[in-house]
Design a protein around this ligand. Structure first.
Ligand code: GBH
Length: 439
């Protein structure tokens, strides 16, 4: 087969988030976040794991930058921990917290690696949660203040606002599997509106104060399909697509919530009462980039139940379906064409451990990545404006409610001594990055 060539200026990178890799949750004035609180409650996280010591990137960022340079990466997507910058979520910035990110960004620059920073990857300062968290409209305003501090302090061109608002809504407020651990649809969709409002307000701040920089959301999009061709399954898939995709994309791109989804939400949540005049103008502040995270499709049957038709990964929710990468990019190109796309996450957990020779032979991850990059390449060939791709994740890390049991890294982390071992997938990815080709 001929090699598949990517555009010369295509950006290759890897992603992480603060609570998942930094560790050092009590250092240099960092305040507690909702995830510290949530993880401290027995039963919430597998094996009682917490963000400490994680991959200890707070102390080992220098080594990690060298690792990225060795892999030839163009870009590192990381997140800024709000409770490091504002320990209680409001007020004067904590200089030591900002200094950490400045050292990280400067170190990346020395190695020619571009930073891409996420403002919020779920680690809300606990004190803001105590005041109602995302159910409280004020949290969106506090987020804009925080964003302003970070924009001023860090020389970064590309920003992402909220990581996966859907996961906060679904896992944090509907299923209770993530912080803050609620199971309440009524509250969930109020939180959704305020998360989008926070996205819009922060985007406005960047546009007003920092011309030439770019900002957008990081959305986990799930291409949604009927599992059979009955009218019931088609209807269920359309409904599910509203909850998975349109309820985030439509307000951001078009300035309105999709009517069918809003009707369904209104039957279970007072969300509508929280949509004030002007909010949708704020939320639809034009974005400069769209972060897309793709892992899995969602197939639903006529009763609306999710069904799995393909091989599953070592994670219940992840059905391996590379065509979904093509489909979601083709759909964005058709229905939401205005901005360039950056793949901000795509990856697979595997159980591989170092063999006697020290190699981690994660063949499953290599074929997952190869198949998804192939699908992405096809979409680009048909006009999808994809500028870059970040694998999730650079390192094995704290996989939220699964703790350290699910390893998504292309680099293995030995949690006994924090040693990093590039897996075979990292060596494979290095070749793709270096050649700009998939062979
Ligand atoms: C992304 O979430 C996150 O951005 C990243 O932090 C994470 O490490 C990575 O992907 C891998 O998971 O409670 O039954 O719904 C992807 C979406 C949402 C998928 C939470 C797993 C938990 C199972 N994730 N979900 S459930």
């Amino acid at each position: 087969m001929n090699a598949l060539r990517f555009p010369d200026d295509f950006v290759w990178g890897a992603a992480t988030s603060a609570y998942q890799v930094e560790g050092a949750t009590g250092e240099d004035g960092r305040g507690p976040s909702v995830w510290d609180t949530f993880a401290a409650v027995p039963g919430n996280v597998k094996d009682g794991d917490t963000g400490d010591p994680g991959a200890d990137q707070y102390h080992r960022y220098g080594e990690d930058i060298e690792l990225m340079a060795d892999l030839g990466l163009d870009s590192y997507r990381f997140s800024v921990a709000w409770p490091r910058v504002q320990p209680t979520g409001t007020g004067k910035p904590n200089q030591k917290g900002l200094d950490y990110y400045r050292r990280l960004v400067d170190g990346l620059a020395e190695r020619g690696i571009r930073p891409m920073a996420t403002l919020f990857h779920w680690d809300l300062p606990q004190e803001l949660q105590d005041r109602g968290g995302w159910e409280n409209r004020d949290t969106a305003a506090r987020f804009a203040d925080y964003a302003e501090i970070v924009f001023d302090a860090l020389p970064i061109r590309d920003w992402l606002t909220i990581n996966e608002p859907k996961t906060v809504v679904e896992c944090g407020y509907r299923f209770g599997s993530h912080a803050p651990g609620f199971t309440d649809d009524g509250r969930a969709f109020v939180a959704l509106h305020h998360l989008l409002l926070a996205h819009g307000l922060a985007s406005q701040v960047l546009h007003e104060q920092h011309r030439g920089r770019r900002i957008g959301p990081a959305l986990n999009l799930h291409p949604t399909y009927p599992s059979d061709d009955t009218p019931e399954a088609l209807e269920a898939a359309r409904h599910q697509d509203g909850l998975e995709n349109r309820v985030y994309l439509d307000p951001i791109f078009k300035g309105f919530y999709p009517e069918d989804t809003l009707r369904w939400i209104s039957e279970r949540s007072p969300m509508r009462e929280h949509i004030l005049e002007g909010d949708l103008v704020t939320i639809s502040e034009p974005i400069d980039i769209l972060g897309v995270q793709y892992y899995t499709p969602v197939f639903v049957d006529g009763s609306g139940e999710r069904v799995f038709l393909h091989e599953k990964a070592q994670a219940d929710w992840l059905e391996i379906y590379p065509e979904g990468m093509y489909d979601i990019l083709a759909r964005l190109t058709r229905d939401y064409p205005s901005v360039p796309i950056v793949i901000t996450e795509n990856g697979l957990p595997t159980l591989d451990v170092p063999g006697p020779d020290g190699h981690v032979r994660d063949e499953g991850r290599i074929s997952y990545l190869r198949d998804h990059l192939t699908a992405m390449h096809r979409a680009i060939g048909e006009g999808a404006r994809v500028e870059g791709y970040h694998v999730w994740s650079l390192l094995d890390n704290f996989e939220w409610a699964e703790g350290y049991s699910q390893r998504f890294g292309i680099v293995y982390v030995d949690y006994e001594n924090q040693r990093r071992i590039p897996k075979d997938s990292a060596l494979w990815f290095r070749e793709v990055v270096k050649s700009g080709e998939l062979r």
